[in-house]
Design a binder for this molecule. Sequence first.
Ligand SMILES: Nc1nc2c(ncn2[C@@H]2O[C@H](COP(=O)(O)OP(=O)(O)OP(=O)(O)O)[C@@H](O)[C@H]2O)c(=O)[nH]1
Ligand SMILES: [Mg+2]
Length: 454
Amino acid sequence: MKQVKKARELAAELQELLNKKAGQIFEKYGFDMAEVTSSLKWKPLVLIIGNYSSGKSTFINELLERDVQRTGQAPTDDSFTVLTAPEQSESEGDIPGPTVVADENLPFTSLRRFGESFLSHFLIKKVQSQILQDIAIIDTPGMLDSVTEKDRGYDYLGVVGELAGLSDLIVLMFDPHKAGTIKETYHAIRKTLPAAVGEDRVVYVLNRIDECENVPDLVRAYGTLCWNLSQMTGRKDMPHIFITFSPVGRDITPDLEVWVSEREELKKTIATAPRMRLYHILQEVDVKLREVAVVAEAMENFKSRFKKRLKSIWKTAAAAATGGFLFGDVLMKLILGFPGTTFLESLLNGTFGISSLLWPSVWALVAMALTALYVQRFSFPRFVKETVDNIDSLCKIDTAYKGDLWKRVRDNVRSMIEKNARHLLWLPHGRFYRRLNDMVNKDLKKMYEQVRNA
Ligand SMILES: Nc1nc2c(ncn2[C@@H]2O[C@H](COP(=O)(O)OP(=O)(O)OP(=O)(O)O)[C@@H](O)[C@H]2O)c(=O)[nH]1
Ligand SMILES: [Mg+2]
């Protein structure tokens, strides 16, 4: 409870910091602050996915200390159910999918794109329960090898990926019978999860181990799961796998007794979701700020390169203006016979007066104006085109991580320069860059520290 309160305070603090220090910069570069802060909405989410009948709903009922979700040996759930506690004035009940995704105060609006057929398999279930005051748990239909997308009528893996992106913890549940390759599981982990979320939010569970006949049987199931996971995730290290079973209503033999505490550990891990959420928000904000900082850096390069080019153009312009000043009227006199006495002549024969400066000044101004026109009409557009054609030269990539950041923002930078090059020359990109870096290195670091101690 204390952790939840702390999490809320920190979320508010982070929101304020972002608005105050980065709001203006995001706006100038056309980034959507709401995209970052939308994850601050609502409760921490725990997503439970896995094979059918691996015991997802049973585990949820155990967490809620109530029989809320239906359980059974055959594939039971065919819906994505978000379980949460009702607000103080509300009573228990269901909210259908279309209403859920239409509610801007909930984080599920992005699920609208999965269509009617999905929405009829999506709902919020409000249930009185202590744990649901602080977190929301999503129960999902089990993964089945034989079921194709067409049978389901919607993009199941797409939905899992989207929900995984919103979630703070993702529990991936297997059971000993199906620890082998399950194509859908494979796709969900390999393709959707790592792209949408970091590996640190995935909790692996080998469930129903009471059904193993003996220890060798369990070791084999565990080994198979490890092998398959390493194939799927491509990780060199093995993540911790919780080895558990549901003790409710079962005889706990001496063999099984050692694993009871593992179930408790798993439950404790679920309860850390609020703190995990803060980590994730901080990670997301961190990445976003670094992305925008890369944009600022590229823009600063764009601006300073143009300044350099302008400098050499102005040198020529100054020479042209001096030439115009000294010899413009000489040329005029040669061609038009006018003015009678040129500026240089007036200096030599001692007739110099203020009026002698008239034509030299006019010619100097003409030279300057022509240069300005040249820059405006030819030189600058050419510079913009050259930059756009060679956009990667704007960012110095010294680490693979920076390369990734650049890849994500490069198209934004290109289109900003194409559309708004002139305006960009007037923005203080260097200052923006320093402020963003400061936020990452000082403010966020301090917040990471606070979360760690929360
Ligand atoms: N022996 C044993 N049976 C379990 C355990 N956990 C769940 N079960 C049983 O396994 C069956 C499937 O459990 P569910 O909780 O419905 O599984 P699920 O993963 O929600 O299944 P779907 O909703 O169909 O994907 C039920 O009959 C449960 O009673 C366990 O740890 N050990
Ligand atoms: Mg179920």
